[in-house]
Design a binder for this molecule. Structure first.
Ligand code: ZN
Ligand code: ZN
Length: 211
């Protein structure tokens, strides 16, 4: 966990913006259109240093394919009180036992937006499992959450072990989720709490990587 946190802390805003790192990618293992292996190959061809494939509630792709530039990951649907959040896990051991109960049992749980709303994951226990498996927990696209105080939400999650927030994210392109806060609000919070890792990715769901 310490290593992965240190690794991600070294990555800069420029690395994300210059398309050297992208830590938020979906494939056909969840609701993306792309092929897991093709995305890894394309990222290498394009000169990416590091990518994370973060399919919804599943690590199935990571069980089949590993690569030097690929970080294990997943994006979990959870209710946190009255707020529905997406929690990114990075650097997890895919075989970790504590993590298994949080993984989707059916393909539908990885792609159906409505089905995913019925998630019963306990955020505190999920973060514990992510840590137990050697990974870190990062709040995805924080500007999208219906929380009166985004900072309050982040602080509350930090108390139960949140390691980072997704700070570099292309909100204008993300049309399916309503935005309640601004990218600048997120950046301000990330700067205020330097213990949080600032991650970035473009939530790729397409067929040909990168967009
Ligand atoms: Zn998401
Ligand atoms: Zn996503």
């Amino acid at each position: 966990m310490k290593n992965i946190k240190d690794l991600l802390k070294k990555i800069t805003k420029d690395d994300y913006q210059n398309k050297l790192v992208n830590l938020h990618i979906h494939t056909a293992y969840s609701d993306g259109e792309g092929d897991f292996k093709q995305i890894i190959d394309a990222a290498k061809e394009q000169g990416y240093k590091l990518i994370a494939i973060t399919d919804h509630n599943t690590l199935e792709g990571h069980k089949v394919y590993q690569d030097d530039i690929l970080l294990t990951g997943a994006e979990f649907d959870c209710w946190y009180g009255y707020v529905f959040i997406h929690l990114l896990a990075y650097g997890v051991d895919i075989n970790n036992e504590k993590l298994q109960p949080f993984l989707a049992k059916t393909k539908k749980e990885t792609e159906g937006a409505l089905i995913r709303l019925f998630s019963k994951r306990n955020v505190k226990k999920l973060i514990e499992a992510i840590h137990d498996s050697g990974g870190i927990a990062v709040l995805a696209h924080p500007a999208c959450y219906w929380a009166l105080s985004l900072e309050g939400l982040v602080k509350s999650l930090m108390k139960i072990g949140l390691d980072g927030i997704e700070t570099y994210y292309p909100y204008p392109r993300f049309r399916r989720v309503v935005k309640f806060h601004s990218a600048n609000d997120v950046l301000k919070i990330a700067d205020k709490y330097p213990e949080l890792v600032k991650t970035g990715g473009d939530d790729f769901h397409g067929r040909v990587f990168p967009e």
